[in-house]
Design a protein around this ligand. Sequence first.
Ligand SMILES: Cc1cc2nc3c(=O)[nH]c(=O)nc-3n(C[C@H](O)[C@H](O)[C@H](O)COP(=O)(O)OP(=O)(O)OC[C@H]3O[C@@H](n4cnc5c(N)ncnc54)[C@H](O)[C@@H]3O)c2cc1C
Length: 432
Amino acid sequence: MKQMTRRDIIKLFGASALSMGLLGASGRAFASNSAHIVIVGGGVGGAAAAKYMRLQNADVRITIIEPNPQYIFCPGSNEVVADFATLESLTVDYSTLKSRYSVNVIQDKATEINYSAKSIKLAKGDVVAYDKLIVSPGPDFNYEAVAGFNRALAESDFPAAWHAGPQTLTLRNQINALPQGGTILISSPEDPYRCPPAPYERASFIANKLKHTNPTAKIIILDAKDDFIFHDIYLDYWKKEHGMGSATSRIEWVPRKAGGQVVALDAASRTLKTADGQHYHGDVINIIPKEMAGSFARLNGLAQGDWCPVNSKDFSSKRDKDVYVIGDSAAADPMPKTGYIASNQAKVVTQAIQAELTGKEVGTPFITNNCVAMAAEDWGMTVAETFRFAGNDKPYEEAYVLSDPTENPYLRHIRAELAKNWQRTFRKDIFS
Ligand SMILES: Cc1cc2nc3c(=O)[nH]c(=O)nc-3n(C[C@H](O)[C@H](O)[C@H](O)COP(=O)(O)OP(=O)(O)OC[C@H]3O[C@@H](n4cnc5c(N)ncnc54)[C@H](O)[C@@H]3O)c2cc1C
């Protein structure tokens, strides 16, 4: 694929790009043609930041630091768990970012920020200097919040499958090998966690599969919450398709107030214990862990508590104005932790950096989240949210429209098609 040049950017944005300063101009706070924008994490937030930085500025140097040669999208990974999609279809590499957008990708792990020298150290020993640093390392999982659970168990017999990858396949294989009439336990965490509807979408997809392959099997969702997004739509679907509430229900949801919060795992007996002392045995146990900002952010003092506080106008860190934190690691209430939000935050940050490079005022951001979820391949739901900047130390003002459980059923088919299309276009927006 052809590398993106100054001329390509003019074609894309029109000649007005020049007058808008999109290609850089003189009188900048620092020289755009020598500025180095370094990005930690080549996932949704980091890759979107690299591409959109280049679309605005043909001159800056852009470097992504990412330990993996490929990235596997989480959107679509519930389909892999239920065995109607493959991990390969969700896997992308960095070749287009390198060749078309002239992004330098260093395959390594970032370890330490030297704030005064404006450089970061990598695991293999290299030191990379930056003018602006964008940090998007995704979340870390606090496995130990459930006593008896840990990373080693998640990587072996008790897959969390909350980063798409090997654990996704282990969970799929365990479900395929479930004994007839067996039980699957899914533990859903407290907010905030990435993709709020995803535990319920996962349960729904698995129930749909079992209906044909193992009709007497059962899924029990043990929940640390009393409510979740699309609650009424999922419950309606589960009643209609899986007899929820009847003696032969294929799916059961136990909210926190009914004792659903999981506190301990006994791996030997494959049992989960809940806060009110109940014990549940599962042939397959899927604990979705509590989350916190990625360790790179926490170990470098960007977090306060579990998440990284940022200035909402440009997502610059409260710790250092030349470092930006986006994606799941950022504390950006009331925005949910979704890929769509991460990619929009990336666009806000790159516009803010471009404004600074060209000596312009940083604009006021307006962020959207258009997210989709499914209960089945032909049963979709959507949320459209907007987040209006209300001041640097104030939360964004939120407005949203959510699919309605009473809407015309035909719309659910359309929304399911929209959901499938959303995944394809989302992957393309970031990596093509
Ligand atoms: C089952 C599931 C379904 C989902 N479905 C949707 C959906 O339908 N729509 C939606 O919008 N969102 C969805 N999401 C959420 C979405 O995947 C995340 O919100 C999004 O990936 C967050 O982007 P990020 O850049 O913060 O983190 P990630 O995309 O996880 O990227 C983080 C990257 O940083 C790298 N990294 C970590 N530490 C370092 C380090 N020290 N040095 C260098 N690199 C590092 C990692 O290797 C990784 O590549 C889903 C999530 C799950 C689990």
